[in-house]
Write a protein of this length. Sequence first.
Length: 286
Amino acid sequence: MSCLSLLFLIVGISGACSGFKICAFNVRNFDIAKSTNYRVMHTLTKVVSRCDICLLQEVKDVQGKVVKALVGSLNRYSIRNETVEVKDKYQYADKKNAFSRDPFIVRFQAKATEIEDFALIPLHTVAIEATNEIDQLYDVFEEVKLKWKSTQVMFLGTLNAACGYMTGKDKANIRLFSNPGFYWLIGDKVDTTVRAISNCAYDRIVVHGQPFLKAIKPYSAKVFNIAKEYKLTVDKALEVSDHFPVEVELKIKSSGQIQAQFQPVLLIAITVVTYVLDILPFTSAV
């Protein structure tokens, strides 16, 4: 089983927004060599700076140099007021060895949003085990519900829920589909891949419950096409990743709508070869 380290970096980024944006981006083998590529870092910084909470997957950084480089790049922006807080976190005890990368669950409080309190459960499945791993997320959900007395949960990341790894017939055996109350905001027909030869919804965002669904801005769940938005060729986009980011926005309370500003949180999933597992606040790159 692979060890997984999840780091929360508190970084300052300028600008106001009318919604609270949550993003997930599989940056594909983001290692030290990749972090020295100016074009990649410039693009990645622009992507992350759009988000209030950003999950990055496939970050390989045993020594912490990649994280420092990214935080240093983000810190060139102005600081905003902090209105999102990490309230709790823990790693799921996978007693059945159902996951190749054990889920790490984080509870947030963002008082300016209509939902206010919610949990994020990132997951990067092994493609050939996607159907089983996605189904097992229901057990994680049940545990979170008991532990935190809340059903306001969002699953996000590269679930590999497409293109042969999860078929229409498989849905009957996946409780996040068959059980009521789960809403797949990134649909089956959405393409989250960069290459033109593929058309697969590998990256997903799923929420539970009508309260969470109603707290989401309509039509805000989507793919952010970095090639189109930043006028990159396919080859240049592939230098960053073979995946596009996915995102969704939470509604802001009307009383805080005019000048709602956030201190973004960067959730980085780092594949490591040790057993290190922690959440760390950062205000600078040092």
